[in-house]
Design a protein around this ligand. Structure first.
Ligand SMILES: Cc1cc2nc3c(=O)[nH]c(=O)nc-3n(C[C@H](O)[C@H](O)[C@H](O)COP(=O)(O)OP(=O)(O)OC[C@H]3O[C@@H](n4cnc5c(N)ncnc54)[C@H](O)[C@@H]3O)c2cc1C
Length: 420
């Protein structure tokens, strides 16, 4: 490579992980372009996002202000029993943000001429000191480095010689959202400012406030959301949830409008049978509940030649950690720092591989630990479950450990101190 040209990086995937990485590499003097499969702006994706201090550190580094509009603050978590009484409280200040609230400033900071929509990567060809990316429209782009930020179903990962495939955790996360202005007054007064858990045996449900439409945090314009982790056996249960009213099975996910009315009806009935009345009311109020199957992904390697994996393409930790976007941010900063610290590209990438791999596999292990009893519900007969798998552990432990601050997690805290 000549010494007087900027090193060139291609980022595959223009979601949060790809944008954070591309912004940091551009700041470091790289010639960067993003190629995103979707043909249109991604801002209307996603729902509530739990944040961590480390995510804010990376956003600040990119030049994004962290002001009160970043999200809705909550001060602690309450746990409700089946009758709706508060049985536990754990103080845990957090900020609940929204996917679009993070995407918008990241996208605005990155030059639009370098962000290409409607570009689906189909192949990667290694070349001397670099890589060529091949797209579905037949175009080819050469670079010194290719960053695979193309998410959980990563095409980039499929070109690795040793690769992990996602493994289903045995449960789904049902989700739903109600606009603040559409909440009944009494329900709003009792619920809105709070983060609630309900923990019937083998289930976890949470409700919390998030920014509203156009990521507004103005009172009256925010939203309230629920996540219900519900054991669902893979071959019959999940396949049935993903089968539409015409009998077509869509694999392991389905577009929300195609979810059958009888599936939603059953969800609402189960909520009334198992959950605190307030939580069941929340499921009733959400106009279009939808779900995501929960998977683990633990990659044995995130670097191959001049290709690296980042964010959900590399590791997926279960959402109990509330860490998906933060982990993508940490990966992006780890990569940018490794490249700045070592002018030898291959040595820098090896360093990235080591650090990203360690944090990622520990985050995945933590997600598995947080969800072990949920997993056991659909993968083991009751008689075979261990004591831990039969119960959630103590209620306070669940409130404390779900979405815990990274700085409070002994295994992870030392790995991210450099960011602060
Ligand atoms: C129930 C649930 C709750 C969650 N809650 C939280 C939370 O509270 N906090 C949190 O931080 N995270 C949470 N997450 C995780 C979070 O959504 C992800 O970790 C995060 O979005 C990962 O970002 P990413 O950029 O790595 O991948 P993605 O956001 O998946 O983006 C990948 C991009 O690559 C593009 N792409 C894919 N293939 C190609 C191709 N071949 N060519 C070109 N482009 C391609 C896609 O179109 C997409 O835009 C949750 C997840 C679930 C399931």
């Amino acid at each position: 490579m000549s010494n007087n040209r900027a090193r060139r990086a291609i980022v595959i995937g223009g979601s949060l992980g790809g944008l954070m990485s591309a912004n940091l590499l551009l700041q470091a003097g790289w010639d960067v372009e993003i190629f995103e499969r979707s043909g249109e702006d991604l801002a209307n994706r996603g729902a509530g996002i739990g944040t961590h201090e480390e995510l804010f550190c990376v956003l600040k580094r990119i030049g994004i202000d962290i002001d009160p509009t970043i999200g809705v603050p909550v001060s602690g978590r309450h746990c409700l029993d089946a009758s709706g009484q508060v049985v536990a409280y754990w103080p845990a200040p957090r900020t609940m943000s929204a996917w679009a609230r993070l995407y918008r400033p990241l996208k605005e900071r990155f030059p639009s001429t370098r962000y290409h929509f409607g570009m689906r990567l189909v192949a990667i060809e290694p070349v001397v000191d670099g890589v060529t990316a091949v797209f579905a429209d037949g175009t080819r782009h050469r670079a010194d480095l290719l960053v695979g930020a193309d998410g959980f179903g990563s095409t980039v990962r499929s070109f690795f010689s040793t690769q992990a495939s996602p493994s289903y955790a045995g449960y789904v996360g049902w989700r739903g959202l109600v606009n603040e202005w559409e909440m009944p007054v009494d329900f709003h007064r009792k619920m809105f400012e709070h983060y609630f858990f309900c923990l019937p045996e083998g289930e976890i449900m949470l409700c919390f406030p998030v920014p509203g439409k156009d990521h507004s945090v103005i009172p009256g314009k925010r939203a309230y959301t629920f996540v219900w982790y519900h054991p669902t056996e893979e071959h019959k249960g999940l396949a049935d949830l993903c089968t539409d009213a015409k009998g077509v099975c869509h694999g392991s996910s389905i577009a929300p409008p195609l979810i059958r009315p009888d599936v939603v009806r059953q969800l609402r009935e189960s909520a009334h049978a198992q959950m605190a009345p307030q939580m069941a009311q929340m499921v009733d109020l959400a106009p279009q509940p939808f779900f995501q199957a929960i998977y683990d992904l633990d990659s044995p390697s995130v670097v191959q030649g001049r290709v690296v994996l980042l964010g959900d393409a590399a590791f997926v930790a279960r959402p109990h950690t509330g860490m998906g976007v933060t982990k993508a941010a940490i990966d992006a900063a780890t990569l940018a720092d490794a490249l700045q610290a070592d002018s030898d590209l291959d040595l820098a990438l090896a360093q990235y591989g080591k650090r990203c791999g360690l944090f990622g596999s520990r985050a995945v292990a933590r997600g598995r630990w947080c969800g072990a009893h949920l997993e056991a519900q659909s993968t083991k007969p009751r008689a075979d479950r261990t004591a831990e798998e039969l119960s959630h552990g103590s209620t306070i432990m669940v409130l404390r450990e779900h979405g815990a601050k990274i700085s409070d997690i002994a295994d992870l805290a030392p790995l991210v101190q450099w960011l602060h």
